[in-house]
Design a protein around this ligand. Structure first.
Ligand code: PMV
Length: 353
């Protein structure tokens, strides 16, 4: 038996949606009730680094394992297992076609992942996590898979993960097939298309979120009337306006849709029974601060958005850094809110520490 260890490493960035995915039409396959669109943030600040290794010498009794931020992590969940199964079966097909290939698909996998930001705090850690996991194993197995094909697999781990396989501006098209083979991500524009775009991440709380996105979605789909309106008309309109705004680099439109869509998503959460609140008082203060910044500037220079947690992401353009970052810094300096973290989509970090 060979004791050769095969290994591959990759990183995947976080993405923050400007038109939110919220609701599953098939929970097993992670098929969404609506399309969504996100901006992939810079790897410099928010990313997962994953190394996948396998060897015939790894004891079969150990099975597959994952070390996440240095701690053993449970990978027996259906979503992770679906990703591993898909990747193994693609590798097995290659091995069947070329018997000279080592039978990596039969070896136990050891996965080691590290996030450089708080896990499960509404900072899309599962998106970067599953995107990195899928790509690391695909590289290890030398699968000839395009980012779109990998997005189909990552989607089964965490819906939003499918968007982290691309940089820049990324749409996840919901698709309409029952087997999910058309529910995948595609790139709407490269990051370089809009080099001025920046995102500021305000870490309001690094604690784990109260209601997981899966159970929040389930409750919303089951009990919110507002949600039906959101998926029927609000999101399709927002997707169309957003794609046009990105193509035309129209920040005012981009910002308006971003804020409206975040508000709409959180309104459906408040409309569930019992209601779900992801934002807190500091989140609402951030909304007011953005409104004050825009009012003072006399035009829309900043846009807020919130995922399933209290942390704010503020989109702005570099030329407005002073008005946006400067004001936030001065307003919140000294406030006991757990600290700032910043990221942009190009690798330049606004300096606020
Ligand atoms: O990928 P999940 O299951 O963690 O869901 C993410 C949902 C939101 O972050 C709230 C919205 C989105 O589109 O990313």
């Amino acid at each position: 038996m060979s004791d050769k260890v095969y290994r591959a490493s990759t990183t995947a960035p976080v993405n923050i949606a400007v038109v939110k995915y919220w609701g599953k039409r098939d929970a097993k396959l992670n098929l969404p009730t609506n399309s969504s669109l996100s901006v992939t943030l810079s790897q410099a600040d928010l990313r997962t680094l994953t190394t996948a290794s396998c060897s015939a010498s790894f004891p079969a009794s150990e099975g597959d394992s994952l070390l996440l931020n240095g701690e053993p992590s449970d990978i027996s969940g259906a979503r992770t297992q679906a990703c591993l199964r898909e990747l193994r079966s693609r590798r097995a097909a290659l091995e069947a076609a070329d018997p000279s290939l080592p039978k990596l698909s039969t070896y136990p996998l050891r996965l080691v992942s590290e996030n450089n930001f708080p896990t499960a705090a509404g900072l899309a850690s599962s998106a970067a996590g599953f995107a990195a996991l899928v790509r690391a194993i695909a590289n290890l197995y030398e699968l000839p898979a395009s980012p779109s094909e990998l997005s189909l697999i990552a989607r089964q781990g965490s819906g939003s993960a499918c968007r982290s396989l691309f940089g820049g501006y990324v749409a996840w098209r919901m698709g309409d097939k029952a087997d999910g083979t058309d529910s995948m991500a595609d790139q709407v524009a490269e990051a370089s298309h809009w080099p001025d775009m920046r995102a500021l991440v305000l870490v309001v709380s690094a604690a784990k979120k109260g209601v997981s996105s899966s159970s929040g979605m389930q409750q919303t789909v089951a009990t919110s009337g507002l949600f039906r309106e959101r998926i029927a008309t609000v999101v399709p309109e927002n997707m169309a306006i957003m794609e046009k705004a990105i193509a035309e680099k129209d920040f005012e439109k981009f910002a308006e849709v971003t804020m409206r869509d975040s508000n709409s998503f959180h309104a459906t959460c408040a409309d569930t029974y019992p209601p779900i609140f992801y934002m807190n008082d500091v989140s609402r203060a951030a909304i007011r601060a953005v409104e004050a910044i825009n009012e003072k500037a006399g035009r829309t220079v900043a846009a807020y958005t919130f995922d399933a947690g209290p942390n704010a992401v503020i989109y702005y353009q570099e030329k407005d850094t002073e008005a946006v970052v400067g004001t936030f810094y001065h307003v919140l300096q000294g406030a006991d809110i757990g600290g700032w973290k910043s990221a942009d989509i190009k690798g330049l970090k606004p300096t606020i520490s």
